[in-house]
Write a protein that binds this ligand. Sequence first.
Ligand code: FAD
Ligand code: DHB
Length: 390
Amino acid sequence: MRTQVGIIGAGPAGLMLAHLLHRSGIESVVIESRSRDYVEQRIRAGVLEQGTVDLLNETGVGERMQRQGLVHAGIDLRFGGRSRRIAFDELTGKHVVVYGQHEVVKDLIAARVRDGAQMFFDVTGTAVADLESDRPVVRFRDANGEPVELVCDFIAGCDGFHGICRPAIPEGVLSVYDRIYPFAWLGILAESKPVQDELIYANHERGFTLISLRSPTITRMYLQCDPEENIDEWPDERIWDEIRARLAGEDAPDLVPGPVIQKGVTAMRSYVVEPMQYGKLFLAGDSAHIVPPTGAKGMNLAIADVKVLAEAFDAFYGRGDSGRLAAYSETCLRRIWKTQRFSWWMTSMLHRFEGGAFDHRVQLAELDYVTTSRAASTTLAENYVGLPFE
Ligand code: FAD
Ligand code: DHB
């Protein structure tokens, strides 16, 4: 088989790249090791930056998001037993939209199917080779176990943090920047009426908690926990009690417990490799970088990367200009590092660390400052709604 861009991974990065390339008349094939059903049901992130929302709308895949997504013009920061609001609209003129990542994935797959695109789900044994040549190849077995060789002009490694593309780059090429946090998030989805319309990020001595939502009847919540936390030790009642304890205080939101329909533990890590390209291979999204989820940036960064990559392919195929492909990594990394900084800062300000009472008082002072100084609130708001695309 032959294609222009071989795309490994049908997450937000791979699917959005295929969609943008199609709009530029560039052919691609998407290869995914999971089933279509699996990627369409996988519960992950839920906050879309204004730029992500605009891109989905402008490229014709935002229709369901416009109907079902929830526009949020601010968030609450809760500390010292009370909540204070950061008003995004007033501070930046922008907002975010709460719409599950798996819904974005569903919309993008539907667009690929409608456009008659080539997608292979349930593949095994994916490997890439000849990355330095003019004919890099992707090899895999299709859902029937038949071997396939896909010869490409370029390969896009959109295969997430545990994919095979980043490790295919020879040793010594990449610099790795890594930080592992001493805590994780226990995330739940519950059939319960959200306590309020907007998100609550709460700093508490017992640990951080985040109250989010997916619809008027589904609540999404996270609790800071141990990275080795055994989920079996968290029956529904314990989860609700712990969240209630971490929200206690003045104007405490009125939790309405309901059945927990999904739960899982997510590790917290900051990670970047440089550069994000090698020969004809380009890494995008989680395959090149991970952020701790506190700033809701993971999926948004993946979308921002492939926007830059799609424009670079468009310049190459449309005008024979390879300068933008050569600058891909550098272009993306400027914004990625700013977003890394924001995610690290939100994580540091809101979680309980081992540092003790002094560190906790500094966090409270910082939260007080961030919620009372217009300059500091604006800094948080403009990062949260999303920095401009490069
Ligand atoms: P992915 O979505 O990981 O997509 C990569 C795809 O490649 C996958 O479908 C995978 O199956 C496929 N693949 C991997 N290896 C191969 C192979 N060898 N061959 C073929 N296909 C392959 N971010 C937030 O902001 N907030 C959150 O609450 C949040 N929660 C998360 C919870 C979990 C459990 C995880 C893992 C991530 C979470 N994130 C969250 C991060 C966010 O979801 C990611 O940043 C986002 O999915 C990145 O998109 P991507 O397309 O780069 O990678
Ligand atoms: C959600 C996840 C996040 O990481 C975040 O910062 C806000 C909301 C969510 O899943 O709804």
